[in-house]
Write a protein that binds this ligand. Structure first.
Ligand code: GDP
Ligand code: MG
Length: 239
């Protein structure tokens, strides 16, 4: 899929063999049943299905590019631990982006976002945080429809300095609620692309002005490779 916007060419869901400039850790947080695994299934496979519940923490890789910049997102999803609110500290460690999901038809799942948010902040205070209200397709159901208003969630996101807030649906293909899923990941990507460009500009200025250039600066622009076989992390890891 390609998209032109402000002269940035975005490519989504690239093959795993692509080289990349940055690799980031994205974690999904929220109560059971809000649609965390469905979000990944829609993002990566463009599918919605009844997923068998996963037995451990799973990693999924989503690769996207912005012009010459390629970003690899390692997306972590839990299975079941969230019910007991006992996700191990390792899950939070090194998080670059926290995605918090609630379901618009479950008040409690929204109230619990505060707890999920605190859990992440207690372990990691530097992440970019995104709030998502899922199951927007249930909006007009006579029974079991929306109970969490858009305004209330938006206010929470603003007050807590979330980077973005969106309502989505994983269910119905080719709706703007599904597009919102792709847009969230585009926004994350753009954020890291901007950071990358800033660093690159600094290096160029330093070189121009004969300032000291560090090793890490010199590595900018060199693509990393996906690690091969025994070097790579296992796809599944049991807690
Ligand atoms: P998780 O426990 O947070 O990973 O949630 P799942 O992805 O397993 O989804 C829980 C249930 O909600 C499943 O029955 C899904 O089919 C359903 N679900 C997920 N997303 C949506 C959505 O956008 N709309 C509707 N109506 N149901 C959804
Ligand atoms: Mg799940």
């Amino acid at each position: 899929m390609k998209e032109e916007e402000e002269n940035i060419t975005i490519k989504r869901n690239l093959a795993e063999s692509e080289q990349y400039d940055d690799s980031i850790k994205v974690i999904l947080l929220g109560d059971s049943y809000v649609g965390k695994s469905s979000l990944i299934n829609r993002l990566i496979n463009n599918k919605f299905s009844d997923l068998s519940s996963t037995l451990s923490i799973e990693y999924h890789t989503y690769i996207t590019s912005f012009n010459e910049y390629t970003l690899r997102m390692q997306i972590w999803d839990t299975a079941g631990q969230e019910r007991f609110n006992s996700i191990i500290t390792n899950y939070y460690k090194g998080t670059d982006v926290g995605i918090f999901l609630y379901s618009i038809d479950k008040e409690e799942s929204f109230q619990n976002i505060e707890i999920w948010f605190k859990n992440l902040k207690d372990n990691n205070d530097n992440s970019l945080n995104i709030l998502i209200g899922n199951k927007r397709d249930l909006e007009n159901e006579k029974e079991g429809g929306r109970v969490v208003t858009y305004e209330k969630a938006e206010k929470f996101a603003e007050e807590n300095q979330f980077y973005a807030f969106r309502e989505i649906s994983c269910k119905i293909k080719e709706t703007y609620e599904v597009d919102n899923i792709y847009e969230i990941f585009d926004e994350i990507g753009k954020h890291f692309y901007e950071k990358y460009k800033e660093k690159k500009n600094k290096v160029e200025t330093s070189v121009d002005m004969n300032y000291a250039v560090t090793d890490s600066m010199l590595n900018l622009g060199k693509k990393h490779r996906i690690k091969q076989e025994n070097e790579s992390k296992p796809k599944k890891k049991c807690c």
